[in-house]
Design a protein around this ligand. Structure first.
Ligand SMILES: N[C@@H](CCC(=O)N[C@@H](CS)C(=O)NCC(=O)O)C(=O)O
Length: 222
């Protein structure tokens, strides 16, 4: 098996997707953190758009989190998450693509500098959640019922950040009246892979980082 190194910024939810899948697969990997404000030359040489994550597979870099997820899945010895059936695979990819909008709105709600701005993004996000909820199965909390899918891996980091945002500002109401999304979030957050995919104090550090950026949800963080 090739040596895997995940090039990371520790607060990045896109990196976390890859870390979750590696943890779920029980696959050994190294992690190399960089400072995004001072990107080293070796990093810019392997990341043409200057973004993390990059997965180094021996000497070969792969960038773009969804591409990394697919590579990791295709090279798993057992327990692949993407289905063999092309139509089912297309459906998972389609929803992973839909989640890109949730990811970007997720950052905007955390970073909004005033209440009106944050609440406007909440309204947008709740529309996305309602759409996703319609497609969650009756058979269990995950996208595949009881079975983990690639859609679950793709959305887990941002659901975790929403849970943190709600802890900072309980009146946000992101999940109000959306029991399926709440159950999905809780089932994902309970997985050991989620805990193992981040540094232990990330919730507190993220809150301080948002506070320093004058985020409304993190306005009272000390
Ligand atoms: N579409 C990319 C998005 C990755 C991304 O936005 N990464 C952020 C950190 S969370 C980044 O590297 N930002 C560097 C910068 O903006 O200079 C992916 O899925 O891998």
């Amino acid at each position: 098996m090739p040596a895997l190194t995940l090039v990371s910024f520790d607060a990045c939810p896109y990196v976390q997707r890859a870390a979750i899948l590696l943890q779920e697969q029980g696959r050994p990997y190294d992690i190399r953190y960089i400072d995004l404000r001072r990107k080293p030359d070796w990093f810019l040489a392997i990341s043409p758009n200057g973004l993390v994550p990059v997965l180094q597979v021996d000497e070969t870099p792969i960038f773009e989190s969804t591409v990394i997820l697919e590579y990791l899945d295709e090279t798993a010895e057992t327990g692949r998450l993407l289905p063999a059936d092309p139509l089912e695979r297309a459906r998972q990819r389609m929803w992973i693509s839909y989640i890109a909008g949730v990811m970007s709105a997720g950052w905007r709600v955390q970073a909004a500098r005033d209440e009106a701005g944050a609440r406007a993004v909440v309204t947008e996000l709740r529309t996305h959640f309602a759409e996703l909820a319609k497609n969650l199965p009756d058979s269990g909390p995950l996208w595949g019922g009881e079975t983990l899918t690639m859609v679950d891996v793709a959305i887990a980091p941002i659901l975790q950040r929403f849970a943190w945002a709600e802890a900072l500002e309980p009146t946000l109401g992101l999940f109000d009246g959306l029991p399926r999304i709440q159950a999905w979030r809780d089932a994902l957050l309970a997985r050991p892979s989620l805990t193992a995919s981040i540094v232990p104090d990330l919730e507190q550090r993220s809150a301080r980082m948002l506070h320093a950026l004058h985020s409304w949800v993190a306005r009272d963080v000390g």
